[in-house]
Design a protein around this ligand. Structure first.
Ligand SMILES: [Zn+2]
Length: 682
């Protein structure tokens, strides 16, 4: 059966037979048939663990890459779809949350109604832009746009949100940050290699096409797109690089609103803050963190330099760009063509139900998440996961106590920090309140707009209030995990605690090798080059002695040097200063999981299984967490924006530093998976 047909067949099947796609308790966490035992594990461990998987799992046409994580994401999505289809049935009695998620989904899935509207939902916004009389009006427009002022980088002009104060972790303050670009990173505008030039051309063509879809004459669209590119290139020059942004002290510039007004006088900040609704939501603020002062200086220059017509072109582009996914198919397709096809190599647009499921997860994640955990995350799974975290933390404690390179004073602080880490597993103890958010059946763009504003106001309402440490940033079905250095907590949503990464019914070796290593990974982030600059309370404060910090930096540098030698694609090497925190976390996390597993099973007699020793099974499970097929375009994108190394090196880079690995597979000195000067920090 041809793959595309097969994928459709599977989707149809899982919709018809809900029980089939649920993970059965016998599903193996370690899959021997996914291995390629013809490969020597001491030569290329990744291919040894994943060779069979790589052959059996071609990239589906609607994916830019396809790995263990993406596969679970797709399965979770199918489960969410069943919840949403049931919730969308208005004939059944529904509680308030079911109404919201069901009607959001029903409005989004109604392609015919959306198609009929064409670009109409965007017209009021375009009229507002056309009506701007002077550049003085920019602040008013930015504060009241149909699509809310961005919380994060990438939105129109800049980002505005709340954040925990870097130096007073009990308080939430206002924060403005760089933003305003349509391409994924400043480097896309500034690098002069052939590939970057080619992508810039494709981007300008895409912007032109979007203007034409709005009804602009082709000649006008060309001029407008050139203006957009000129403005965004200038803004890009003012932005900090991703590597610079990994150094937290560089992101902290607390100033008064007056000082910001002096830094960027062409923009009326008081009017902007008042109009966004800050005054009515929380205590109005006198000071805020300006994350990137240089950016606001450049933005100011740009406002002065470009005329009003130029700014209108820029705003029109960002308006249509922000709305594209909610408009008719011409916009959806053109948006897909550039962002997914050209930039990431994805061959086909995802089916509408997948996009709508993601939208509900993004906008009502803790409403949908309640239904998801009730069905797909058992109390046993939560307990089993919690036990592994605790074992991994105990392993870290004994590692810190015995570290040869760290002095007693720093060790004491490190242990205080370790003991203060909160473990958040599965889902929040207290769910988010969505009662103020109206979801109206049949109003796709209105729902999207109200949900975005709801999230924006939720962020701003925290300004001036104490930090809520119980809050979650990821939704329960998310297939990801993280460590937050400001809250000093690790987060494992229910969505990532699923087979084959984790199973409450599996024996210990694969669970520790896979999810245990990820737990160790997140824990290590508390002590990586970035996280180690925060203390137990999440304050940016140096708790290291100078000598110990130097010792640590030498060890981190060993990992920087190791990963900088790996090639991603063509002649692109890993930007290992960008990936250092993740590489350190992979290395430390896997070691901690190994030690934790050994301790947890020390009274058991572990037997070989499927021709693998228990130690080998631990490592193969680790390797199989990274099995991935990826499109070349996506590799290039990630080389610029992703702080994680490619999966192959996340497997091989780690094990080649571990003597526990060479012992498990009897590797000899000089073999590729045995590094002569092995790195080790924790
Ligand atoms: Zn990480």
């Amino acid at each position: 059966m041809n793959w595309k047909v097969f994928a459709l067949f599977l989707a149809a099947l899982s919709a018809a037979l809900p029980a089939l796609a649920q993970h059965s308790s016998s599903e193996p966490v370690l899959d021997v048939s996914a291995m390629d035992k013809t490969v020597d594990p001491c030569v290329d461990f990744y291919t040894y663990s994943c060779g069979g998987w790589i052959k059996k799992n071609p990239i589906p046409p609607d994916q830019p890459s396809w790995g263990t994580y993406e596969k679970i994401e797709d399965e979770n999505r199918a489960q969410l779809r069943r919840i949403l289809e049931e919730a969308a049935d208005a004939k059944r009695p529904r509680d308030a949350l079911t109404q919201k998620i069901g009607d959001y989904y029903a409005s989004c899935i109604d392609e015919a109604a959306i198609e009929k509207l064409g670009a109409n939902p965007l017209l009021p916004e375009l009229q507002r832009i056309a009506a701007l009389r002077s550049k003085q009006d920019l602040s008013d427009y930015a504060a009241t746009t149909q699509f809310p002022p961005s919380l994060y980088e990438g939105g129109t002009l800049f980002a505005f949100r709340s954040n925990q104060d870097y130096k007073d972790s009990t308080q939430v303050i206002a924060e403005v940050d760089q933003g305003g670009l349509g391409l994924p990173d400043r480097d896309y505008y500034l690098k002069d290699d052939a590939k970057s030039e080619e992508l810039r051309k494709a981007y300008v063509t895409h912007v032109e096409k979007m203007f034409e879809l709005l009804g602009d004459k082709p000649a006008d669209a060309v001029t407008e797109a050139a203006t957009v590119m000129r403005i965004e290139t200038s803004l890009a020059k003012g932005q900090m690089t991703r590597v610079e942004r990994r150094d937290p002290p560089k992101l902290y510039h607390k100033m008064s609103v007056e000082e910001l007004q002096k830094l960027a006088p062409a923009f009326n900040w008081n009017a902007y803050f008042t109009k966004t609704g800050v005054g009515s939501l929380a205590s109005p603020f006198a000071t805020l963190n300006v994350v990137t002062p240089d950016y606001f200086h450049i933005m100011n220059e740009e406002i002065e330099k470009e005329n009003l017509a130029g700014w209108k072109a820029y705003l029109r582009w960002h308006a249509v760009h922000n709305a594209a996914r909610d408009l008719s198919s011409a916009f959806v397709k053109e948006n897909f063509n550039f962002y997914m096809k050209t930039l990431q190599g994805q061959e086909e647009l995802r089916p509408r139900w997948k996009r709508c499921t993601n939208d509900v997860d993004n906008n009502l994640g803790e409403a949908l998440g309640q239904a998801y955990v009730a069905k797909y995350f058992s109390p046993e799974a939560k307990q089993a996961a919690l036990k592994i975290v605790q074992q991994v933390e105990a392993a870290m404690q004994s590692e810190i106590q015995t570290l040869p390179w760290m002095g007693a004073a720093t060790k004491k602080q490190a242990l205080i920090k370790l003991h203060a880490i909160a473990n958040k597993i599965g889902y929040p103890d207290k769910w988010r309140d969505y009662s103020a958010l109206d979801i109206v059946r049949g109003d796709e763009i209105g729902n999207s707009e109200r949900a975005s504003w709801f999230e924006f106001h939720r962020s701003l309402a925290k300004i001036g209030k104490p930090v809520d440490r119980k809050e979650w940033d990821m939704t329960p079905p998310t297939v990801n995990a993280d460590y937050d250095p400001q809250r000093n907590d690790i987060n494992f949503p229910a969505g990532v605690l699923q087979p084959p990464l984790f199973s409450a019914f599996s024996d210990a070796a694969p669970n520790y090798g896979d999810t245990g290593a990820t737990m160790g990974h997140e824990l290590t982030h508390a002590f990586d080059d970035e996280g180690s600059q925060f203390d137990a309370q999440g304050n940016l404060r140096n708790w290291w002695t100078e000598a110990d910090r130097k010792e640590f930096e030498q060890r981190a540098q060993c990992v920087v040097d190791q990963y900088s030698s790996y090639t991603i694609i063509d002649d692109i090497k890993i930007n290992s200063k960008l990936t250092n925190g993740e590489d350190l976390a992979d290395l430390g996390g896997t070691l901690l999981a190994y030690l934790a597993w050994k301790e947890d099973t020390k009274d058991q007699k572990l037997e070989p299984l499927d021709g693998l020793t228990p130690e080998q099974r631990f490592f193969v499970a680790y390797g199989q967490g990274w099995c991935t097929n990826e499109r070349d375009e996506n590799k290039r994108l990630r080389a610029t924006v992703d702080p994680h190394s490619p999966e192959k090196f996340r497997a091989n880079g780690v094990v080649s530093n571990m003597k526990e690995f060479s012992a498990a597979f009897h590797c000899k000195p000089g073999q590729p998976m045995v590094r002569e000067n092995a790195c080790r920090a924790w």
